[in-house]
Ligand binder design. Sequence first.
Ligand code: NAP
Length: 296
Amino acid sequence: MTDPLGVTRAGSPWPRASTRGLAVLGWPVRHSLSPVMHNAALQAQELDLAYLALPVPPERLLDVVGVLGTVGFVGANVTVPHKQAVMEACDRLTDEARLIGAVNTLHWDGDATDGGLTGDNTDAVGLYRALEQAEVAAGPAVLLGTGGAARAAVVALARRGAPVTVVGRRPDAAAGVAEVGARAGAAVSSCGLDDPHLDELVRDAVLVVNATPVGMGDESLPAPFMSLGTDQTAYDLIYAPPDTPFLQAAVAGGAAAHHGLSMLVHQAAVAYERWTGHRAPMAVMTAAAEDALAAT
Ligand code: NAP
C-alpha cells in the first residue's frame, strides 16, 4: 500500500513532535481495547501516529471533535454513547454510516484546518469478516437485539445472502432493525421474544447472534437461545467475558461458539487501513487485544 499521509517514521523516540493523533471517544472509555490494538499496530509498522482513549462527556462531544480536527488528528473511533450524536459533526457520511444510522470511525482529510470530516461505520464489515474467518456455514440466521450493534450486525448478516430474523423484546424495534437489513438486500423478518415460533426459528438457524449486553454479567439469554446444538454456530458480540452463558450453553450442546473479539479486531483493521493507508497487521492487533483482555 502507499503512504498517503507520510506517516512512516524511522527510529526513536516515539511519540515525538511530528506525531499525529488518533483516538477513541467514549463515555466511559477506560475499558477500551482500541488503544492497545492500534498502538501495537502503529509500533509494528513504525508509523508516526499515536492512539489515545479520550473520555468525552456527551455535552462536550461536538467541541472535542472540532478541537481534534484543528490540532491535526488523523482520525478517531467513536463508541458508546456517541455513535449517533457524532453524525452532526461530520461534513460527509459514507453510504455505510447512512445505512446503519451510526458512525464508529472518523477521518479528517488533508491538513488540520480544512474541515473535511468523514463519518464511517466499520462494524458491519467487522462482523462480516469475523464470520468469514470463522468459516460459518451459509444459512438462515437469527439476530437477538435491536440496539446500535444490532443495526450493524443485521447488515453483515444480510450481506451473507441467507434469510435473517431479528428478535427483540420490543417487536416494533425489531421491525426497525429488520428494515435496515432489508435495505442491505436480503430477506429480513422480525418478531418479538414472545413469538410462538421462536423455538423453531432458533432451532432451524445455522447462525445465532447475540447483539445484546445480556451475558456481560451472569444473566442468561431467554431459553430458546440456550439450547443450540451441532451444525449451529453461536456468535456473541460480547467479548468480556469471553465465555458468556450463551456461548457456554452452545459449546455444551455441541455448537460452534465465537465471542466478539474477532469483530472488534476486524472493525479496527478497516479503520486503521483508512487512516494510515497501510495494510493492518491482523496478527499483531489480535495478539495485543487478547493479551489486554486476558489481563483484565
Ligand atoms: P444498546 O444500543 O444499548 O442495545 C442493547 C440491546 O439489547 C437493545 O436492543 C435492548 O433492548 C437489548 N436488551 C438489553 N437487555 C435485554 C434483555 N434482558 N433481554 C432482551 N434484550 C435486551 O447496545 P449496543 O451498542 O447495541 O451493544 C450491544 C452489545 O454488543 C454490547 O454488549 C456491546 O458491548 C456489544 N458490541 C460489541 C462489538 C464488537 O466489536 N464485538 C461492537 C459493538 C457492540 P431494548 O431496546 O428493548 O432495551
